[in-house]
Design a protein around this ligand. Structure first.
Ligand code: TRP
Ligand code: SF4
Length: 531
């Protein structure tokens, strides 16, 4: 299924949902895009995230998702970072994991439900599922007391279970009681320094140390599913968490015992130099398929046949590639997979030498393998790392969902009760909140019939698309089309939404109660000893 999105001017906030005709709104109010994990979570223009931060569009991989969740089909999940390895594992019945975390700062609300649903969906698709309570972060970054944290933590867990998380088959934990996470956080902290914290999170001299510690703890959360057994892992979060994801990807590579790259000769070339050398290699093998190609031949080719570039950077790259090739002289030019020793022990490096099949050449801090492709080499390197007590992380992936608009317009915020619906709200309160929500309706019924409502700017429509229509795309589309077509008036539309919300809350709270009775059997500590 492919979908067309209205791309257009910067303020055009609509994107297709379902079949491409029924959009959901952005709901952002902030002008510029700043991804701040502890700041206000609104984004005015999701497209900027693609350009500025290299988040990729979810649409482009929707076809590759087996039986996609409605949040994916409707464009609520709008972006991702490197989600393909997870999808590949999902399709091939190979191990993968999904993990997300929740700061227990208040009651769980319908915005959190998105993430609960995402974790649960991955679990149903055969993934290992993890949900954690970020109590250390809530305590240090938000100043919550341990009593408050205990109360909220339990509530998040109950909602997650009520929505379908299978605790037998998944893991729930609190940061404060997970020793492995804390140990991993300490190790990751060895590779992270203050300048990076300043650059990524804008931390300064006044930032307290525990807040910094909660960052490495989150890095450890993100890599925890791979501790014993490296596997593709997805972190479903809001885009405000993207700085964390990028940093975790970086640290994953830094702490791993080995790294894998490609090379053409014994020397180390930068990626853009390697590209030039690869081109020269291709040309020469095409011209003389039988002959051994030597470094000097490639140098000559680059010198004689590459147009000197106007661009300084390109010119320097060409120069340095030629110099390297000339220095290597008669050495044969041959593509190979290179495994670099980053943090390995001597024993692990020795074990790696043993483990590499086929022709290989061993150097001081790397091994060149001639009969392994990159994927095979990565696999072997990870296995050897784990067997020798080291780390072999794959860079974690992420998927990003849109923030819901507040019912009162503006942003949905835990601190403004009327702006959101708590999963603990009385069904009647939920009903009332929906009934008094802002709409995208016109001033009069007459105008509405004539011009149609503005479903794209309507928080009530969003409730249908994100939650109330559940898996029923036809229904979501019907609401949208009736609204923009002028057949639907806000009074009746809100009444219907309010009733559905009442039903949802009743059902959800009943399930929470059932779980409450079984909570004692679960392997999670609900009361903290901390003070
Ligand atoms: N920082 C996240 C938040 O503010 C919570 C969190 C902690 C988290 N560890 C995580 C999210 C790991 C995803 C993955 O909500
Ligand atoms: Fe929103 Fe419904 Fe009114 Fe349309 S009819 S603007 S969807 S409340």
């Amino acid at each position: 299924m492919t979908r067309e999105h209205p791309k257009g001017e910067v303020t055009g906030d609509s994107e297709g949902i379902g079949d491409g005709t029924t959009p959901v709104t952005d709901g952002g109010t902030v002008e510029d895009v700043a991804l701040d994990p502890w700041g206000s979570s609104t984004v005015s223009d999701y497209r900027k995230l693609f350009e500025q931060f290299g988040i990729e569009e979810f649409d482009e991989i929707l076809d590759e998702v087996p039986d996609p969740h409605y949040l994916m089909r409707r464009g609520v999940i709008f972006g991702h970072r490197d989600y393909r390895p997870v999808l590949e594992a999902m399709r091939n019945d190979e191990p993968f994991a999904a993990l997300s975390g929740f700061m227990p700062t208040g009651d769980p609300h319908i915005g959190h439900k998105l993430v609960f649903d995402e974790i649960i969906w991955h679990q149903k698709q055969g993934g290992e599922a993890y949900a954690l309570i970020a109590d250390l972060e809530a305590h240090s970054a938000r100043g919550l007391s341990w009593d408050e944290i205990d109360e909220h933590a339990k509530s998040y867990i109950l909602s997650l279970l009520a929505l379908g998380f299978d605790p037998e088959d998944g893991e729930l934990y609190r940061q404060s009681t997970n020793r492995e996470v804390q140990d991993l956080a300490f190790e990751l902290g060895i590779e992270a320094n203050f300048s990076e914290f300043a650059a990524i999170y804008d931390f300064g001299g006044e930032t307290d140390v525990s807040h910094m510690q909660s960052v490495v703890t989150q890095m450890a959360d993100i890599l925890y599913p791979q501790l014993e057994d490296p596997k593709p892992t997805v972190i479903p979060v809001g885009p405000d968490q993207d700085p964390h994801v990028r940093f975790a990807r970086d640290l994953a590579a830094r702490v791993s015992y080995f790294g894998v790259t490609e090379a053409y000769a014994s020397f180390e070339a930068a990626p853009d130099e390697r590209e030039l050398i690869a081109e020269a290699y291709e040309t020469l093998t095409e011209r003389n398929p039988e002959e051994t190609i030597r470094c000097v031949d490639a140098a000559e080719l680059l010198e004689s046949e590459r147009e000197p570039s106007e661009d300084d950077v390109e010119a320097t790259t060409l120069d340095s590639a030629i110099t390297m090739l000339n220095e290597a002289g008669k050495e044969p030019l041959r593509p190979r997979t290179r495994i670099v020793d980053r943090n390995a022990t001597e024993a692990a490096f020795e074990a790696l030498i043993e483990a590499i099949e086929g022709e290989k050449r061993v150097y001081e801090a790397h091994i060149d393998a001639f009969d392994l492709n990159r994927k095979e080499a990565e696999q072997i390197a990870r296995e050897v790392a784990i067997e020798n007590g080291g780390y072999g992380f794959l860079p974690p992936s992420s998927i990003y969902h849109r923030f819901m608009t507040g019912l009162t317009g503006g942003k949905m915020s835990s601190s403004i009760p009327a702006s959101h619906i708590s999963l603990l709200d009385d069904p009647e309160t939920g009903y009332d909140k929906v009934k008094s929500a802002t709409t995208g309706g016109r001033e009069t019924a007459e105008k509405q019939r004539e011009l149609g409502g503005k479903a794209d700017e309507c928080p009530v429509y969003e409730l249908y698309a994100y939650l109330l229509a559940d898996d029923d795309d036809e229904f979501a589309k019907e609401v949208y089309e009736e609204c923009v077509g002028g057949e639907r008036l806000c009074g009746g539309c809100k009444e219907q939404a309010a009733e559905l919300m009442t039903e949802f809350l009743e059902d959800h709270q009943e399930k929470r109660e059932q779980w409450e009775e079984k909570l004692g059997e679960l392997d999670i500590e609900l009361e903290s000893d901390r003070r």
